[in-house]
Design a protein around this ligand. Structure first.
Ligand SMILES: CC(C)(COP(=O)(O)OP(=O)(O)OC[C@H]1O[C@@H](n2cnc3c(N)ncnc32)[C@H](O)[C@@H]1OP(=O)(O)O)[C@@H](O)C(=O)NCCC(=O)NCCS
Length: 323
């Protein structure tokens, strides 16, 4: 029997606090118009002090479980993508497992920065296709607001907090058609977040644990790389651009998203964009956008959806899904 990974439930969580460009422009030298024109972002959500990646993940995960009418005990594997784990260890996935009250499943984190959700989906798909797992819960959860330097106007305007979840189950019908993931550590210095406590160099030991980015260089590589992954994904499935119903991109910059849509000859009406009110929520962004478009009825059963992401590493990847 051919096994596919079918999406049976989605969920999402955004913290209550909305931080607008206007508010940020009161503390750093920037403006609403600069931020919106260069990025497409107007506001982002900021987690409350008591919230963590695992607490946000729990809310998104419970929604996905409810949507899939799934008993937590039926989950075989939990994979959490996060760059902001509650603790160095145990993994956020283990903390989520505990929160969901699941005794017998495997739980682990994936760290691939903003591509984390695609990497997690790809791993989940391999386990399901091979017959090693029947139900896998994939979550992306991020507290980006705690790792940005709120005095650095080049990064603090970009990021937001949130969690997205997706529940996959084995199926004889189509589901995930293919996933493609890549990494290239050559670009480690263009976008990184140091871990001063364990860093080997004095320079990084003296840095605060904040995101550091060479934005315009990241931008150029992101656009080129995402164009390539679109071709790779279509070729692998012998599919034409016109067969894709929806693009669900990582939400980093509207100009990067528009370039990918143009490459696919897709109208922006077929692109799920959450960036304006959420900013870049790193590994949560694709799952949050997917959840939103499923719940508001844009993405319908049977439609073909292309998910893609690009992040620090660099890492990048895509997943083609017949929903
Ligand atoms: C960050 C980003 C929005 C900056 O836009 P940009 O058009 O590339 O701008 P640059 O970095 O070249 O900076 C242009 C000028 O704007 C200034 N600037 C930077 N941030 C600013 C801000 N928030 N407000 C006002 N001016 C700002 C810079 O200091 C620079 O000034 P200068 O010309 O006097 O030196 C853009 O590069 C980007 O989105 N990059 C990709 C980021 C990304 O996707 N990261 C995550 C990957 S997962």
């Amino acid at each position: 029997m051919i096994r596919y990974s079918r999406v049976i439930g989605t969920g999402g969580y955004l913290p209550e606090e909305i931080r607008t460009n206007e508010q940020i422009s009161r503390t750093v030298d920037t403006s609403d118009s600069w931020i919106f024109e260069r990025t497409g972002i107007k506001s982002r959500r900021i987690a409350a002090p008591h919230e963590t990646s695992s607490s946000m993940a729990e809310i998104a995960a419970r929604q996905a479980l409810a949507a899939g009418a799934c008993d937590p005990e039926d989950i075989d594997i939990i994979i959490v993508a996060t760059g902001t784990p509650d603790r160095v260890y145990p993994s956020t996935a283990c903390l989520l497992q505990q929160r969901l009250g699941i005794k017998n499943c495997v739980a682990f984190d994936v760290q691939a920065a903003c591509s984390g959700s695609i990497f997690a989906l790809s791993i989940a798909d391999q386990y399901i296709k091979s017959g090693a797992a029947k139900k896998v819960l994939v979550v992306g959860s991020e507290l980006c607001s705690r790792i940005v330097d709120w005095t650095d106007r080049s990064t603090c305007i970009l990021f937001g907090d949130g969690a997205g979840a997706l529940l996959l189950a084995v199926s004889a019908e189509t589901g995930i058609l293919s996933t493609h993931i890549h990494s290239d550590g050559e670009y480690e210095d263009l976008l990184y977040c140091p871990n001063p406590q364990v860093a080997a160099t004095l320079h990084e030991q003296q840095q605060a644990g904040y995101i550091s980015m060479r934005g315009s260089e990241v931008f150029k590589v992101a656009v080129n790389t995402l164009e390539r992954i679109v071709d790779e994904t279509l070729d692998a499935n012998n599919m034409d651009k016109s067969e894709i119903d929806w693009l669900v991109p990582h939400q980093a910059n509207i100009r990067i998203i528009a370039a990918t849509a143009k490459k696919l000859k897709m109208s922006m009406d077929q692109v799920v964009v959450t960036l304006e009110t959420q900013g870049n929520t790193s590994s949560a962004s694709v799952l949050l956008a997917f959840n939103e478009a499923v719940r508001d009825g844009r993405i319908q059963r049977g439609q073909v959806v292309l998910l893609e992401a690009f992040g620090a590493g660099f890492t990048w990847g895509s997943a083609l899904i017949r929903y």
